[in-house]
Design a protein around this ligand. Structure first.
Ligand code: MTE
Ligand code: MO
Length: 328
């Protein structure tokens, strides 16, 4: 059983599949605090969790016009400046349960919890690429930065993904190779010892258990870059899809969900006012500037009080905004 060696997980997680392990926090814990505790952070694994020895671990960096370099975890922690970014990761399949209630679709039936926010710390991807000799400005050959994980299937194919060069090398892109999550070493399920954190981009590109970085003319050839995580017209289904006709999802759209009250809760109280809470998030670093709530089908609206975890920044808002509204 390739899944015989899986890590221990918190028992209040709501498990969607066991092998591979996929789970989300219960609604009452989601967005209860601005940063999601590591134990309650959703887990989205496509393959068995690899167990990596941090002392022998090496990251390989190579590609067009670069020298191939190998870096140990210690190299990364001592030779490069440490950066911290509070970032929200969200799976493209988040809230599929709600989509399913409109039309049956394939994929894990996530509720609202395949999203979480943590303070990730590590080195900047752009610093490591520069160290390996990438000159993105003069060398236009490189269009994508590919990532490979140490997790692989029975045929030996590993998890992989890529992001566009613009995001990877921008001094404002804040893409990290993270070795810490909320002040602790990355948990096994979240990519120990090193993962990509590409903020503002769909979770699938933030490759865990990172083994290799490849600067390339092309996108990752991985199944998850080419034949999954793309968006099509409602007339397209799994039998007639032409995968090559759509680009891979990168930045995600704006969305917001209510976490309290839960669906079908009945509320009793001395007044007719209910406190409604939720999260709102946009990809691309775009700040959420307003959340409006209606309890009467859109006749009247209450603007929620916002708690933007990224602060007042408008273009590098990598973390969700929690909100609360008193609604009649
Ligand atoms: N990286 C590897 N190596 N293997 C994976 O299965 N899943 C991806 C991404 N990185 C995955 C991966 C997907 S689809 C998502 S949504 C995020 O990791 C989930 O990160 P998390 O489990 O830390 O929440
Ligand atoms: Mo995902």
């Amino acid at each position: 059983d390739p899944y015989a060696n899986e890590p221990k997980r918190h028992r209040s997680l709501v498990v969607r599949t066991d092998k591979p392990f996929n789970a989300e926090p219960p609604l009452e814990l989601l967005a209860a605090t601005p940063l999601t505790a590591n134990d309650f952070f959703y887990i989205r694994n496509h393959l068995p969790v690899p167990h990596v020895n941090a002392t022998t671990y090496k990251l390989r960096v190579e590609g067009e016009g670069m020298r191939a370099v190998e870096l140990t975890l210690k190299d990364l922690q001592t030779k490069f400046k440490k950066h911290t970014v509070a970032a929200t990761l969200q799976c493209s399949g988040n809230r599929r349960a709600e989509l399913n209630s409109v039309k049956a679709i394939k994929g894990l039936t996530w509720d609202t919890g395949a999203i979480g926010t943590a303070e990730f710390a590590g080195v900047r991807l752009r610093d490591v690429l520069q160290y390996a000799g990438l000159d993105a400005e003069s060398d236009q050959a490189v269009q994508h930065i590919q990532f490979e994980g140490l997790d692989s299937d029975v045929s030996g194919d590993c998890y992989g993904a890529s992001i566009p060069i613009e995001k990877a090398v921008s001094p404002f892109g804040d893409v990290l190779l993270a070795y810490e999550m909320n002040g602790r070493a990355l948990p096994l399920d979240h990519g120990f010892p090193l993962r990509v954190v590409a903020p503002g981009i769909t979770g699938a590109r933030s490759v865990k258990w990172l083994s290799r970085i490849i600067a390339s003319k092309e996108e990752s050839k991985s199944h998850w870059q080419q034949k999954d995580y793309k968006s099509f017209s409602p007339m397209v289904d799994w039998d007639n899809v032409d995968w090559s006709s759509a680009p891979a999802i990168q930045e995600t759209n704006v969305t917001s969900a209510i976490v309290s009250p839960s669906p079908n809760d009945s509320i009793e109280g001395p007044t007719d006012v209910v406190s409604v809470k939720g999260w709102a998030f946009s990809g691309g670093g775009q700040a959420v500037i307003r959340v409006d709530v209606s309890a009467d089908g859109g006749a009247t609206w209450t603007s929620a009080e916002l708690n933007p975890v990224s602060g007042k920044t408008l273009r590098r808002a990598w973390a969700w905004t929690l909100w609360e509204a008193e609604v009649e």
